[in-house]
Design a binder for this molecule. Structure first.
Ligand code: MRU
Length: 356
């Protein structure tokens, strides 16, 4: 039985404001809560690329609004060029970041809707694309609330929980995925302590997750990534819960770089390792993690922390933004359709949406 708990409203990280998109620019956090107003599709692309808006579900939502911003001023007298432009805009937005499947999932929905309406007046198609973006946004809030309610049942009444990156209201429509589980456990009066990995190179853990947990009053301790093994050994970590950018059909899971290492550590210490994932993060078109494209980002992100240089200016760098955790290291997926345990190939298939 899922209890009906009101999850905290940390921040509306994405908002639609009549004719434009407003996002909290996450690159300024935690120093400043700066809201960015976006009127053009090119600025949506840039915001996704620069991680002003980030987290797999959030970039899907932002991209869906981006499609509308891209089409809203197109001429309405000729259908054919309009439809070519919609396809082009979707392809363009998909190039912003390669790993999170939610981006292409949202864009595919927009492109498909436009195709289905190819005989309708252009003005009507534009309106429908805006409505689609709003409904993807609202749907994500409901999905995240359900993930939280379902996932909190896995949390002991007294628990140490380790998490990585940021998977909260900033990364989704609201509440988050892994953080929604944590919020719901907290609101259900469980006695939890959250160990927050700082998540180098871009510090989503320390800049964003610690900020969210502080705002919502969830007890937490920030640690550097290199402390995770010791904390598991010495401090009573009962479970690890993380989010994901893309899950393959066999359960292999791409998530923020460092996740794979945590899964190995959790296995070594006999700690359950959960992945909180909306069904939209499962890519049924890829068989295993080998097929998931891993984004590599600029060397400057590793050579510096913020504006502070921490390495020789020309030091060669490898900077993958994500890694893939093999499915064998995952205890279960927490989805809005329920908890999915191994055999993942078989059991993920059972929650596959009919139209994929
Ligand atoms: O590079 P980022 O900050 O977009 O990476 C985000 C993550 O890896 C999250 O864990 C993932 O998107 C899940 S968010 C609910």
């Amino acid at each position: 039985m899922i209890p009906n708990i009101k999850a905290p409203e940390v921040v509306q990280s994405i908002q639609w404001k009549e004719d434009h998109l407003r996002i909290i620019d996450q690159t300024y956090l935690p120093r400043r809560e700066f809201f960015l107003d976006i009127f053009e599709v090119g600025r949506v692309w840039e915001a996704i690329r620069a991680l002003r808006v980030r987290g797999a579900p959030a970039i899907g939502i932002a991209a869906a609004y981006g499609v509308y911003l891209g089409v809203k001023d197109l001429p309405e007298d000729d259908m054919q060029p309009f439809h070519i432009d919609v396809e082009g805009i979707c392809e363009y937005l998909a190039t912003a970041r390669p790993t999170a499947i939610n981006l292409t999932w949202a864009l595919d929905r927009a492109a498909r809707l436009a195709r289905e309406m190819e005989n309708e007046p252009v003005a009507k198609v534009k309106e429908a694309l805006l409505e689609l973006a709003k409904s993807i946004h609202e749907e994500d809030k409901r999905i995240c609330a359900d993930i939280g309610k379902i996932g909190q049942e896995l949390i002991p009444d007294v628990a140490g929980i380790l998490t990585h990156c940021n998977t909260g209201s900033l990364a989704t429509g609201q509440y988050g995925t892994a953080l929604s589980v944590i919020y719901h456990a907290h609101l259900g009066k469980k006695n939890i302590l959250v160990w927050v990995d700082e998540t180098r190179p871009l510090l989503q853990g320390s800049r964003l997750t610690a900020w969210e947990l502080e705002k919502t009053g969830v007890p937490h301790r920030l640690i550097t990534d290199s402390m995770a093994a010791w904390v598991m050994k010495e401090k009573g970590v009962d479970l690890v819960v993380v989010g994901t950018d893309r899950v393959a059909r066999n359960g292999d899971t791409a998530n923020k770089i460092g996740t794979y290492g945590l899964a190995i550590l959790a296995r070594h210490h006999g700690i359950p390792f959960y992945v909180a994932a909306p069904v939209s993060s499962i890519d049924f078109n890829v068989a295993s993690g080998k097929e998931i494209p891993i984004e590599e980002r600029d060397a400057s992100e590793v050579r510096a922390i913020g504006k502070q240089q921490v390495a020789p200016a020309e030091t060669p760098v490898y900077n993958p933004a994500f890694d893939v955790t093999p499915h064998k290291l995952i205890t279960a997926f927490i989805t809005e359709k329920g908890v999915v345990k191994p055999d993942f190939e078989k059991n993920l298939e059972k929650i596959r949406p009919r139209q994929d």
